[in-house]
Design a protein around this ligand. Structure first.
Ligand SMILES: [Zn+2]
Length: 167
């Protein structure tokens, strides 16, 4: 990609997002670190959301501090699965065990969770905020055919920008 810096356009910042560049948007010189989500994980989250609708899909995210490699669907065992989710505890325990075993070899870690919002809400709901633990893990939310990423920070959910690409 060629950027023409002539014609009085500078200074400006270029922000790359999902393979595109948008020029002329003033952003702070220090960009927040961008997460990456593998194409396979991105597709798996959207597929699980479609399969589960009108119920909420849910599952686990594996990867490292900057990249989500795998999204593994799990059963939603909540009594009201149309409006809530609860990841099957057995799947959660198995995931923690696998992540522990992988830790020494530098293998994928349990970095977060995903679920879907069949009502199209593209951000954490009040219920999500109430059930958040502030442990810093990533929450991916699928709504209206798109995925948003959030960090479960002690002060509340923070929106994360991300790119879909191989790690
Ligand atoms: Zn939710």
């Amino acid at each position: 990609m060629a950027i023409d810096y002539s014609g009085g356009l500078i200074p400006f910042y270029v922000r790359r997002e999902a393979g595109t560049a948008r020029a002329g948007i003033a952003l702070p010189p220090t960009m927040p670190e961008t997460y990456t989500l593998s194409p396979a994980a991105h597709a798996a989250i959207l597929h699980a959301a479609r399969q589960a609708a009108p119920r909420e899909a849910c599952g686990l995210l594996f990867g490292n501090a900057a990249h989500i490699e795998t999204a593994q669907p799990a059963a939603n065992v909540h009594g009201e699965p149309h409006r809530h989710f609860e990841i099957d505890p057995a799947a959660l325990i198995a995931a923690h065990k696998a992540a522990r075993a992988a830790r020494d070899s530098g293998g994928p870690q349990l970095v977060g969770y995903f679920h879907s919002h069949p009502n199209g809400l593209a951000r954490p709901s009040a219920t999500d905020a109430a059930s958040a633990s502030g442990d810093g893990r990533i929450w991916a939310i699928a709504a209206s055919g798109a995925v948003t990423l959030w960090r479960d920070a002690p002060s509340g959910f923070e929106a994360l920008s991300y790119q879909v690409k191989e790690g």
